[in-house]
Design a protein around this ligand. Structure first.
Ligand code: KIV
Ligand code: ZN
Length: 387
């Protein structure tokens, strides 16, 4: 089974979420938890952004010794020098250089010809290679880059010394079908790719970051990049937890696995949410509050008989203590009976029918009922009779 390398960018792309600013202590605490989670590489920041960011990365390199630490640099000497400063004490450093390659970025952002893009990439990689053995090169906006030009850039980047080639869907424009095809074609047309790691990095502008990442895995990439809870620029990045659980749940399809310690996922999600201030939407896959909650009577009935009827992942697998049966408007008699028994009552069928009638009236006025509501709706008669 293939092992997919998990590159976590919660502390770089994730911190680029509008409104997020992590302190050094918070960044270090998240990095320590990411190491516990088992990610293979942590992108700790963008050192050229500020002197404070250099200190953040330096502190992370002191606290995290068994996981590779990467930092981002544009293809400028000045950025690479900041990266050298930041990573000086790292146990397994990686320099991540980014340069845009798409026609839109070349024309409006960089004002560079194709030849200038290749020359700039080569210069930056060769300069970085004097200091780092591991160099990732990202072709920013790869999914909107002409294929022939992409092959050329990738080949030159490998010859200059890149050890990881990352093809990002920077603006979340790709669709799974075309994105998978892009990776197949690049492998076919750049034989030198067999000697380096091929990576992807997706954004969620059309809600397809994880789908596109899985298509890239299916097409043979070795590494995926993502963040915890899917935080990141605009609509965010691929969620690391979604990819890890898809690999775990659909081994039949992907025949691949990762080093992620699955039962650390929920703790990591909570920590990232607490420090970034970005709450997780309740219906978020894997880590949302409702990910293991069941409200409808039909589903509750199935769950109470056999959980695999409505759960493809066991909550304990990701560190959640148990599924929850929510008593709401769509809930049925079976779930109410279980709840009542759990609260210590033993009702006859007639008493249960009466309690269920009262429950349906109560729930018309509320979103869900709590234990106190159940105690109240069970007849005084019943209590008197049984005490
Ligand atoms: O989205 C992007 O293209 C990036 C690169 C730095 C990989 O974040
Ligand atoms: Zn990104």
């Amino acid at each position: 089974m293939r092992k997919i390398h998990m590159f976590d960018t919660t502390l770089r792309d994730g911190e680029q979420s509008p409104g997020v600013h992590l302190t050094t202590e918070e960044k270090v605490a998240i990095a320590i938890q990411l190491e516990k989670l088992g990610v293979d590489r942590i992108e700790a920041g963008f050192p050229a952004a500020s002197p404070g960011e250099i200190i953040n990365v330096q502190e992370i390199t002191k606290a995290v010794r068994n996981t590779s630490i990467a930092v981002l640099a544009r293809a400028h000497k000045k950025d690479i020098e900041a990266a050298i400063d930041a990573l000086r004490g790292a146990a397994t450093p990686c320099l991540h250089i980014v340069l845009a390659t798409s026609p839109i970025h070349r024309k409006y952002k960089l004002n560079m010809t194709k030849a200038q893009v290749i020359e700039t990439a080569e210069m930056a990689i060769k300069f970085g290679k004097n200091y780092f053995s591991e160099i990732e090169f990202s072709l920013e906006d790869a999914s909107r880059t002409e294929l022939d030009f992409m092959y050329e850039v990738v080949d030159h980047a490998i010859c200059a010394g890149a050890t990881v080639i990352n093809l990002p869907d920077t603006v979340g424009y790709a669709s799974p079908e075309t994105f998978g095809e892009m990776f197949r074609k690049v492998r076919e047309n750049v034989p030198r790719l067999d000697n380096v790691m091929l990576s992807t990095h997706c954004h969620n502008d059309l809600g397809m970051a994880t789908a596109n990442t899985m298509a890239a895995i299916y097409a043979g990439v070795d590494q995926i990049e993502g963040t915890i809870n899917g935080i990141g620029e605009r609509a965010g990045n691929t969620s690391i937890e979604e990819v890890a659980l898809t690999l775990e749940t659909r081994k039949d399809l992907y025949n691949a696995t990762s080093n992620i310690v699955l039962n650390e996922i929920y703790n990591t999600s909570k920590l990232v949410s607490q420090y970034t201030g970005i709450t997780v939407q309740p219906n978020k896959a894997i880590v949302g509050e409702n990910a293991f909650a069941h409200e409808s009577g039909i589903h509750q009935d199935g769950m109470l008989k056999e959980s695999s009827t409505y759960e493809i992942i066991k909550p304990e697998t990701v560190g959640v203590s148990s599924s929850t049966i929510v008593l709401g408007k769509h809930s049925g008699r079976h779930a109410l009976k279980k709840k009542i028994e759990h609260l210590g009552y033993n009702l006859t069928d007639e008493e249960l029918a009466h309690a269920f009638e009262k429950f349906k009236k109560v729930i018309d006025q509320k979103k869900y009922v709590v234990d106190d509501d159940i105690h109240t709706l069970i007849d005084e008669d019943y209590v008197n009779k049984n005490t």
